[in-house]
Design a protein around this ligand. Sequence first.
Ligand code: HEM
Length: 538
Amino acid sequence: QAEPEVRTATGTPADLPRGRAQQGEYLTTAQGARLTDTDHSLKAGRRGPILLQDHHFREKITHFDHERIPERVVHARGAGAHGVFRATGAASSITRAQFLQKDVETPVFVRFSTVLGSRGSADTVRDTRGFATKFYTEEGTFDLVGNNIPVFFIQDAIKFPDVVHAAKPHPDREIPQAQSAHDTFWDFVSLHTEATAHTMWNMSDRGIPRSYRMMEGFGVHTFRVVNAEGDTALVKFHWKPRLGVHSLVWEEAQLINGFDPDFHRRDLADAIEAGAYPEWDLGVQVFPDTPEQVFEGIDLLDPTKIVPEELAPVQIIGTMVLNANPTNFFAETEQVAFHPGHLVPGIDVTDDPLLQGRLFSYLDTQLTRLGGPNFGQIPINRPHAPVNDMFRDGFHQHAVHTGVAPYKPNSLDAGCPFMAGVTEGAFVDLPVEVPAAKKEREVSRSFDDHYTQVRQFYLSLSEIEQDHVAYAYTFELGKCYEQSIKERQLQILANIDTGLCEKVAAGLGLPAPKPTVEVSDLPQSPALAQVGKTWPVQ
Ligand code: HEM
């Protein structure tokens, strides 16, 4: 198989701009004046105080003092890689997105991450993993900002600060640093039963992946696509790793955290350096765009539910190869800014209330994290499509704009490329009907079932995988101080599966409660037994 050409955000890795700070043969000040000494400050006598006059000393220390930027409020720890996505063309019938047409190759940058730990935390903790991909398409940048788990903790973005506060370390002692074993996390998920599905995925082997190269990725939400004829469909995005899905066992994960906290980061970089480029197929589950947005009884706007692949097979639409490591971690992996609202013509969002909230949050946080509104000019964030916006000035403005009339239409600047109403090649907001509605804070009643799919997922696991789940709940709940939290979580487990509840209760030395909700006895068809495990964990 021919190796794809290595192309990155700015061309080839070798083309990444070194910036004005690394030119010429000699060490200089930031102003380019050649230095003779960078090891000794200018003092009043050999044993005297440092002089305020020492500009080089002050410039060097000041710059160092400001080297750190805030870490991401979530997903702070990550590892990135460059690559290429090549479309099969199978998606042409459902979307007009140029990068999904047959044989089109698009440069990508991917950042994998844990969610809860800080920048310096360990890699092999039990947690969800982020899987965010930036496609530098000719029609603008498309970001697929997903996770390695196909469901999410909450159904409405307004609870995101709450679930993150509950899952981050305790506010008083800031422990534990990077795992879910604590009272606030279990308090939250036992009081918000919509979190049950995501929690079960976290307690399964999916919560401790063997390698970033061996993880699935999920867009989680349902997206709307539109083709050249204007027909729409609903889709869910899936990344399928060519290496299969593999996990660690808990004891391995614990040992590795001690021996090599950079295990996943090192694994990804080493594999790429050795030429063992990881690959993923991108696939979609496709659903008709009906007014109800419900498929086989599953509400497609509920991000705590999956659609089993047996009901809607994943159809492969392209392949991604990661074939180049970042040249500089800070410039690329740290400064990259993903956003679920970075869309291209042919792909649009739906009204999933979690996705709707995300559309606000990412830009908002990046304004602080990346120091103002011009972070789109940082090399890793620059679109490959030409950018011609009306944005001017602001902190860290690097562009030297021309013209006198930064508004459209205008009669002063020549060469105005903008013609209002011309839709050819443009991102057109789909005129989707919004049903007549009252303003209210309630969610749809179709979001209410918090147990059926969790039971389906648990029953789809092999006996060994089920034991791992029981052990994970026992270990994590065993770290809680509050007995009432353990009891409330046991009640939830009883509602999923009494056998699971009994195992965990025995491990915790507590009585197993009886179920309080009726979980429909699910058909044990071979198809359903496969739900959630495209590849067996080895
Ligand atoms: C960061 C995924 C829900 C707010 C991230 C990242 C991923 C991700 C992969 C890391 C991006 C990177 O590598 O730079 C998801 C998924 C979600 C979800 C799959 C649900 C399905 C939410 C919600 C909110 C939110 C509901 C807020 C309402 C954030 C913020 C960041 C972030 C503030 C940090 C961004 C930055 O500093 O650049 N998310 N997230 N996320 N997410 Fe989410």
